[in-house]
Design a protein around this ligand. Structure first.
Ligand code: GRF
Length: 197
């Protein structure tokens, strides 16, 4: 079977990207990360990609101030490399409908909560964990889902729970959630590429 070609989109540290790089390296995932695209020029995830000889691209406000032109550039980049699946791994920008339509059922996202809780507009990064703590939740977790034209509304693929501890801070909770994110994103991309989801 042809090895699937992935584009991974990031905005930050890229620990989820690193989990994918490691899983491909170990043979757990049968795929090739053809490119890493960031909307943040200084995202450390770009460094992780460079360290692993993965082509990187910055598509952001500095080189594409107009969001429609940025979306066109993204679509052209994905098409030119015959990308099979798009993985949003800590990507903090909203994809335009054209991109989502072009990759219907082939874009997945990782979110650091148990969707449908604590997701949608404004719920990203530490905001999620702060809201979970503020509401006195006894558990949280991570979710992978297909991306549709809503924000964090696509069909859920996998979820994994973690306990919220009495002395948790947003930082300690985010670290516990991130651990299961790494497991889920690998499981999701592995099963996507093998055709079992
Ligand atoms: C993670 O919490 C992820 O769920 C969210 O972005 C955060 C940073 O992830 N979407 P990473 O270390 O950049 O992969």
């Amino acid at each position: 079977m042809q090895v699937k070609k992935l584009a991974v989109l990031i905005s930050g540290g890229g620990s989820n990207l690193q989990a994918l790089i490691d899983a491909i390296e170990s043979g757990e995932i049968s795929a090739k990360i053809e490119m890493v695209i960031s909307n943040r020029e200084k995202a450390y995830g770009l460094t992780r990609a460079e360290q692993n000889n993965i082509p990187t691209y910055y598509l952001g406000i500095k080189n594409y101030p107009d969001s429609d032109e940025r979306a066109q550039a993204l679509n052209a980049l994905l098409a030119s490399h015959h990308i099979d699946y798009v993985v949003l791994a800590g990507y903090l920008s909203i994809l335009k409908s054209e991109t989502i339509r072009q990759y219907e059922g082939r874009i997945v996202n990782i979110h650091p909560s148990l969707i449908p809780k604590y997701c949608g507009e404004g719920f990203y990064g530490h905001h999620v964990h702060e809201a979970v703590l503020a509401n006195g939740e006894s558990e949280s977790g991570a979710t992978t889902h297909f991306v549709d034209e809503g924000v964090d509304t696509g069909k859920i693929i996998y979820q994994e729970r973690v306990p919220v501890l009495a002395d948790d801070t947003a930082e300690t909770l985010s670290e516990r959630v991130l651990t299961v994110e790494h497991q889920l994103i690998v499981q999701t991309v592995r099963d996507l590429c093998s055709g079992s989801i």
